[in-house]
Design a protein. Sequence first.
Length: 86
Amino acid sequence: VGRGENGEAEALLRDVLAESEERLGNTHPTTLTILNNLAVILEKVWKLQEAELLLRRVMEGTIATMGPEHPESVQALDNLAALLKS
């Protein structure tokens, strides 16, 4: 994905995120997936602080809805750790 495509993806994901949060709620699995995808794009364009905040939301939401032992929760924690390590 090129630099311009990242910007377009970021804008689209922000729009979809707002709609998902409004319709489904902040901890719905679809909303959490969108948050994660947006964090990936933000990391690619070096918006690391915002990416970290979103990954923390994903981790907290996943743990709250699926429990700390669920594979999605473990993956969310791993994603956050990978960002913090970089």
